[in-house]
Design a protein around this ligand. Structure first.
Ligand SMILES: Nc1ncnc2c1ncn2[C@@H]1O[C@H](COP(=O)(O)OP(=O)(O)O)[C@@H](O)[C@H]1O
Ligand SMILES: [Mg+2]
Length: 432
């Protein structure tokens, strides 16, 4: 017979192994850094202008960043900072190189969600974030998954749980409870006596109320990508939140992250991308509630289709359930029921020559119609082999692998991103 003690023993054993592997594969000096991009990439893939035109323009104006020449001597290589500086200063054929952004609006928020593990959520989130940054956007990622794949992939492996979505939620509970108590106190003056809600000192004494909005946001190796990271200890959020709801049943727990993001300056970021955990719970409900657009990645197999179907069923029920908060909420602060500006299904790990995959794609289109994206993300060895911590195709130097494999993988992610950007821009225009 096996009790929790046996499970704890197994875990301890596994942790020892994990520690040993980490020591072998990670050293603090091995911090993630972003590579430079060649003039070929900057011209054809990033700005989408003729390479020799760009070279000519850069040569004509020595005050523009000139990149670095590497050993092989033929090309110049530019950092993302340099690329962004060129983007701001150069017009090609009278066209700005800046990406479109509706004026005066806050950042657009997209959740990559599905409760199937291995659906490709983190891979999609990582690639869309990198593609958007290369496109000139300022990106914030929010990692809602305590497995922290996205945080690790972005180089954050040493995160305190108070600086995760869990911290954001606990801080929100404190702020919301204080606000409710203040209104109750006002009500008491006018004669009605309502009890004050008390939170235990274990929550109020953590100092979370003193954290500023930006304390939760960490830089990454990409200069225009920040992240609100996660860590294994944040798994605790699912237990803690149940207790918090009990302490203050009127607390709209699902809106904590949305309220948090509302406190960021409108122009601090352009796109906010959420990587979701493989379950419906407090964290994933916060993610979908804060999202303007929902992207649902799914593998191309029958079981994945099955579990995507049950995901949308459960999500629908969970969202319907929130309607009961409608009474307690002050008018104008949030709108219920939750409405997404767009919902899309995105096939991942797709093999165009695999008959079964093509059949599943037809089935998806038959059922979900125009909600299925036109461009699936192809299965690629480039991503598969990038190791325990994902590196995106954008981070991998094309000289380090077969050029054709790199090109093909990049083209697949580029097409999916272009479609994602189009969908976000349409949703963005409709934002209030
Ligand atoms: N397009 C792809 N080609 C090859 N492997 C992929 C692709 N997308 C995801 N994978 C692999 O599948 C596994 C699960 O992907 P991941 O993005 O972590 O899924 P999730 O976040 O949904 O759990 C990872 O090992 C990843 O490297
Ligand atoms: Mg993941």
């Amino acid at each position: 017979m096996f009790t929790h003690t046996d499970l704890a023993k197994m875990q301890a054993q596994s942790l020892r192994m994990q520690g040993a592997i980490r020591k072998q594969t990670y050293s603090p000096e091995m911090e993630k850094t972003l590579r430079r991009f060649s003039s070929w990439e900057v011209g054809e893939l990033i700005f989408k202008v003729n390479q020799s035109t760009l070279r000519g323009r850069l040569a004509a104006d020595p005050s523009l960043p000139q990149g670095q020449v590497e050993e092989d001597g033929r090309q110049r290589w530019y950092s993302l900072e340099e690329i962004n500086q060129i983007r701001r200063r150069l017009k090609v054929n009278r066209q700005s190189l800046m990406p479109p952004r509706p004026a005066g609006k806050r950042a657009i928020r997209a959740a990559i969600a599905n409760f199937k593990g291995g659906a490709g959520k983190s891979t999609v989130a990582l690639h869309f974030a990198h593609a958007a940054a290369l496109d000139g956007y300022r990106v914030l990622c929010v990692d809602f998954d305590p497995q922290a794949t996205l945080s690790h992939s972005m180089g954050l492996s040493d995160v305190d749980e108070e600086f995760t979505v869990w911290g954001v939620m606990a801080r929100d509970l404190i702020q919301q409870t204080e606000a409710m108590n203040a209104t109750t106190a006002q009500g008491a003056e006018s004669g009605t006596t309502l009890p004050q809600r008390r939170l235990p000192s274990a929550i109020t004494d953590m100092g979370l109320a003193d954290l500023r909005v930006t304390d939760f946001i960490k830089p990454t190796s990409w200069p225009t990508i920040d992240i609100l990271p996660s860590c294994a200890n944040a798994a605790f959020v699912e237990f803690a939140s149940a207790q918090y709801r009990h302490l203050n049943p009127e607390w709209s727990f699902f809106a904590a992250v949305s309220r948090y993001l509302d406190q960021l300056p409108a122009d601090a970021y352009d796109m906010i991308i959420f990587d979701c955990p493989p379950a419906i719970g407090y964290q994933s409900m916060n993610a979908v509630f804060a999202a303007d657009v929902l992207y649902i990645p799914s593998g191309p197999g029958y079981w994945e289709y099955d579990s995507t179907t049950s995901f949308i069923g459960q999500l629908s029920e969970a969202l319907e359930d929130l309607a009961r908060f409608k009474q307690g909420v002050p008018a104008g602060t949030m709108s219920l029921p939750k409405a997404f500006a767009d919902v899309r299904f995105l096939l991942t790990r797709f093999e165009p020559n695999n008959e079964l995959h093509r059949a599943m794609q037809s089935a998806f289109v038959k059922v979900f119609e125009d909600r299925v994206t036109e461009h699936p993300i192809e299965m690629t060895r480039a991503v598969e082999q990038s190791g325990r911590f994902l590196s995106s195709i954008y981070e991998i130097d094309y000289r380090d692998m077969t050029r054709e494999t790199w090109r093909r993988a990049r083209a697949s992610f580029d097409q999916a991103y272009a479609e994602f950007r189009g969908n976000l821009l349409a949703a963005w225009d409709g934002l209030e």
